[in-house]
Design a protein. Structure first.
Length: 238
């Protein structure tokens, strides 16, 4: 499964090169930008001139345009805030959480821009002319657009220069929109998988376990924080 392989490689990159990503983040941003640009150029050429590649290069390109690299980065960002903060792996991920979010945002740009453009130019006129209304297709496009819009301010405010200009409380309030983004990402993926001719239950189960596991951990962590707050208040009142 391509997604699993991509996720494993991205996770290894994050854990093995944590200090490098933290100290030389611009190199990784530039690399992600190059990948995004090359992917976009190929997709434009594929649509306009029927250009084709095959083999390993095609696999890499599909991994990029389908957002598999991006969602792998975002999953690490998600779990960095959900896992036990005392664990070594959590500390490593939390130290580069902003950088991982930026990498995820950069690598999702081709997916969002190309698919939206293709929808407007190719798919929407066809839908209108045929008088059809593919519910699942329209749904995952709509959810994807909303998710992309929600991601943009999260992406921009993850940049150090922008973050420094914001008040701490203001930044935290804005970053809470990340929860909505994660939900929209899962729903978007869910609709895509359900829209296929044959549902890939393995992929569907994998994503559901990942996002469901994250939600469970966040709720557990939220419950623990509330218990601590209640305990502190009770102690102060005594």
């Amino acid at each position: 499964m391509i997604f699993i392989c991509t996720f494993v490689l991205v996770t290894l990159l994050a854990l093995l090169f944590t200090k490098s990503i933290k100290n030389k983040s611009y190199i990784y941003y530039l690399s992600a930008g190059v990948i995004a640009i090359i992917t976009s150029i190929y997709e434009i050429l594929r649509i306009t001139s029927n250009m084709k590649i095959d083999g390993f290069l095609l696999t890499l390109e599909k991994t990029s345009i389908r957002g598999l690299i991006s969602i792998s980065f975002f999953i690490l960002v998600m779990y960095a805030g959900a896992l036990n903060s005392k664990w070594t792996i959590t500390k490593s991920l939390r130290s580069i959480r902003a950088e991982l979010a930026i990498l995820g945002s950069i690598t999702i740009l081709p997916h969002g821009i190309i698919y939206f453009t293709r929808f407007l130019i190719l798919k929407l006129p066809k839908i209108i002319s045929e008088g059809t209304f593919p519910i699942l297709y329209i749904s995952y496009i709509g959810v994807g657009i909303i998710g992309f819009i929600v991601m943009i301010p999260l992406f921009i405010t993850s940049l150090k220069k922008v973050r420094r200009k914001m008040k701490g409380l203001q930044w935290k309030k804005l970053q809470r929109w990340a929860y909505l983004f994660y939900l929209l990402a899962y729903v978007h993926i869910l609709f895509i998988l359900l829209n296929e001719k044959e549902i890939d239950w393995l992929r569907l189960s994998t994503y559901t376990i990942i996002f469901g596991g994250y939600m469970s951990l966040r709720l557990l962590k939220y419950g623990e924080s509330k218990q601590k707050q209640a305990f502190v208040l009770s102690q102060s009142s005594n």
